[in-house]
Each structure stands twice: as structure tokens, then as C-alpha cells.
Design a protein around this ligand. Structure first.
Ligand SMILES: *[C@@H]1O[C@H](CO)[C@@H](O)[C@H](O)[C@H]1NC(C)=O
Ligand SMILES: CC(=O)N[C@H]1CO[C@H](CO)[C@@H](O)[C@@H]1O
Length: 394
């Protein structure tokens, strides 16, 4: 054994002292710290490399001088490492939403996944990107951070090595946060990466969102049979139904009737207008993947939805480059997966049902098995893009 110098011995002793902390404390210590983005308008965003997720999102509330965290989640980032949790704030992939029968075919080959939602696979199946620790790079401007992750060929049963990057950026002045997700692959594979933030414009833990008003820039949705969340493959007009949000309407108005059966609330995909501005969903029927189209990384975003909290007047508008917009009214947040067992939600509480809402900008649910939907297959040489802008105003 080589002789150790004095300094080396002290280092060794320090290392031994560090090892004396309990395994539990060590686990806490190894979790990465949040990265904060803030600006002079009072926007403060805390991002965790676990799942490249929004951890906290403070917004000054209209004329009250109060700053409120409008994102749902856990105070303790350990909560983000647990399974299941409802993908709070996270970048979800490789294929967000459902894949029927937990299998799909591409290039004449069938790939089998883990069925983790009845007989379907959901949000990546056996490997959830929302639980992985992503590599973080902060831009010199201090107003942007990129997270990247490598999904190996065969991960969770999917073909191809996929390189994915999620970049969050905020302006020097103003209340918006832009998220740009991009991915490439070396084998043809379905990809549907999205941000899964839950919002409550009264602030996390401040009751439910049933009084919030929602307006959606779409007259069309992809229906599912009653009591099921797998789309039939059709596109229905929303006019005159409980799914018509062409004018601002309280979420609570028809929440109990929505989706039927055990699903207790809104959980459905709206068809975004074509870039030509038509509300008819014609553009998206062309069989191409709108998220790998040559202009997918650059074309102007489309207004997707605006949500208003009626007491303060705080509004969130969602702009998107994706063909679909999933409206979810937090129907399962009071279930066992809402607070990930022992780790409580923010503020040391367990969220009630409908504690938050999501607008997930996405490829259509089960598109991998639905020929009438726009394709979600990404091929070598192509780049997948999903860009979203969350903008706050009064
Ligand atoms: C955010 O996205 C909006 C809408 O596309 C755009 O106008 C704005 O310049 C973007 N801001 C940043 C900081 O990227
Ligand atoms: C709290 C705060 O003012 N944070 C930042 C807001 O944005 C400006 C301009 O980029 C930064 O200089 C501040 O540090």
C-alpha cells in the first residue's frame, strides 16, 4: 500500500465523515438542485433536472402585489423520483399519452411495451423520462436552461437511440415561459414528448380549479367511447356539446358529465387549427407528422387555449406548435398517485380532485395505432419538435 501524505489522510477522514451520514440523507444529498430563472417582471421559475420538470412557477398576481406558485407538485424534489406520480411539471416521453394494447408496429416489426394503464401503455411505459435525471446546461444569458437525455435503443421496448433536449427560456421582461422540446433517433420510432405541468391560477393547494374559465381555439376533438380514454380514430365537432369551449366556460359547469363512467372530468384531445388558420382539421389528415415537418422548429405558434381565474383576473394562454391539445381537469389528483405515497404535495397537503388543470400540447393519443391520425413516427435524419409558450396576463 503506498504511503499517504498528511493532506491525503485528512481527505480520507473527511470522506469517511461524509459516509457517516445515513443512506437516507445521502439519497437526499444526491438529488440535483433546482435551477432558477427569474426576471424583473417578477417571474420566477425553478426547474428540476429530475424529469426536466417545472418545480415551482411564481407569477405576480394582477394588481395584488402577491407572488403565487401556480404549478402543482412536491416541495421535496424526492417526490419527483417516485413512481407513480402524475408527471407534475415534467417532460414526458418517449410516447406521452396512451398506446393501445401496449404495442405498435413500425417498419413491419411489432414492439411490445409494458401495460401500465389497464391494457394500454402510458407516458413511456416501463421507463419514465419524468423520473430520470437529465443533464442541465445553463445559457450565459441566465434566462435559459437546456436539459438533455439519451434514451437507449430498446429502452422500455422502443426501437432506436433517441437524443432529446428540453429548453426552457424566459424573456428579460414579461410573464411567459417558452419550452422547446426536440428529439432525433437512429431508428424509426414513435415520439410524443410533451410538458405535463399542472396549473392552479389561485396557487398550488388553493382549492380546485372548477371556477376557472376555459376557452379553447378548436371546434374539434377526438372522441373516445364512454368509459374509455382510447380515441376511436374519429374527429367530432364540439359545437353544442359539453366539450364546446369556443367561448369561455367554467370548468366546473359540465365536469361531472365529461368523459363518462369512471373518468369524472375532462380528459380529451382537441385538434389544433391548421397553420392556414382554418378551424377545419383538414391539414392534419394528410398522414405526415406535423412535428417533423421541415418548418416544425420555426413556424409561428398557434393560440391553443386561455384560462382565466375569475377573482384575480389572472390569465394563462397556451401557444403551441403541436397538432393536438389535451385538456385534463386533474380528475385523479386525489387518488393514491396524486401525492406519491409518503411524500405530500406542496404545502404538506394532499391535493383534492381537480386541484389543477393541464393543457398538454401533443401528437394525438394512440396515434401509433390509429391510421386516421397524423403520424407520430420519427425517422433517422428527421428532427421532432414540440414548442409551447405559457403566457400570463391580466
Ligand atoms: C416565446 O414564444 C413567443 C411565441 O412564439 C415568442 O413571441 C417569444 O419571442 C418567445 N420568447 C422567448 C424568450 O423565447
Ligand atoms: C429578480 C430579477 O430581477 N431577476 C432577473 C430578471 O431579469 C434580468 C434581466 O435578464 C436579470 O438581470 C435579473 O437578475
Amino acid at each position: 500500500m503506498p504511503r499517504l501524505c498528511g493532506a491525503c489522510w485528512s481527505l480520507l477522514l473527511l470522506a469517511a465523515a461524509a459516509c457517516a451520514v445515513s443512506a437516507r440523507e445521502l439519497q437526499q444529498q444526491q438529488l440535483p438542485a433546482d435551477i432558477e430563472l427569474s426576471n424583473k417582471s417578477g417571474l420566477r421559475v425553478f426547474l428540476t433536472p429530475i424529469g426536466a420538470a417545472i418545480h415551482k412557477l411564481f407569477v405576480p398576481v394582477c394588481n395584488t402585489g402577491k407572488s403565487v406558485d401556480v404549478a402543482l407538485g412536491f416541495d421535496d424534489v424526492k417526490g419527483y423520483t417516485l413512481d407513480p406520480h402524475p408527471s407534475f411539471g415534467a417532460t414526458v416521453g418517449r410516447v406521452a399519452n396512451r398506446i393501445s394494447g401496449a404495442q405498435f408496429a413500425v417498419g413491419g416489426k411489432t414492439y411490445k411495451l409494458l401495460a401500465n394503464d389497464g391494457t394500454s401503455s402510458i407516458h413511456g411505459g416501463a421507463v419514465r423520462w419524468s423520473k430520470a435525471v437529465w443533464r442541465a446546461t445553463r445559457a450565459p444569458s441566465g434566462r435559459s436552461v437546456s436539459f438533455s437525455y439519451t434514451s437507449k435503443d430498446g429502452e422500455a421496448g422502443f426501437p432506436g437511440n433517441v437524443e432529446v433536449t428540453t429548453t426552457y427560456s424566459i424573456p428579460a421582461e414579461g410573464l411567459w415561459i417558452n419550452i422547446s422540446m426536440s428529439a432525433t433517433t437512429d431508428k424509426a420510432t414513435p415520439i410524443n414528448v410533451l410538458n405535463h405541468n399542472y396549473f392552479n391560477l389561485k396557487g398550488s393547494g388553493n382549492g380546485d380549479i372548477l371556477d376557472h374559465l376555459v376557452q379553447i381555439n378548436s371546434g374539434y376533438y377526438t372522441p373516445s367511447p364512454p368509459g374509455d380514454l382510447l380515441p376511436t380514430g374519429q374527429v367530432f365537432a364540439a359545437a353544442g356539446t359539453i366539450y364546446d369551449f369556443s367561448k369561455p366556460r367554467r370548468i366546473g359547469a359540465d365536469v361531472a358529465a365529461a368523459n363518462g363512467g369512471p373518468y369524472r372530468g375532462f380528459d380529451l384531445n382537441y385538434v389544433m387549427p391548421s397553420p392556414a388558420g382554418s378551424l377545419e382539421p383538414v391539414w392534419w389528415k394528410s398522414g405526415v407528422n406535423p412535428q417533423t415537418a421541415p418548418d416544425a422548429g420555426t413556424r409561428p405558434l398557434t393560440w391553443g387555449a386561455t384560462v382565466t381565474e375569475p377573482k384575480s383576473g389572472l390569465k394563462l394562454s397556451v401557444y403551441t406548435s403541436a397538432p393536438g391539445l389535451h385538456f385534463y381537469s386533474g380528475n385523479f389528483l386525489n387518488d393514491k398517485d396524486g401525492s406519491a405515497g409518503a411524500v405530500l404535495n406542496k404545502g404538506g397537503i394532499r391535493y383534492p380532485q381537480h386541484a389543477g388543470f393541464c393543457f398538454e400540447t401533443q401528437g394525438f393519443p394512440n396515434a401509433a395505432n390509429t391510421p386516421t391520425f397524423p403520424s407520430v413516427i420519427v425517422r433517422p435524419g428527421e428532427t421532432f419538435w414540440n414548442r409551447v409558450s405559457y403566457q400570463f396576463s391580466c
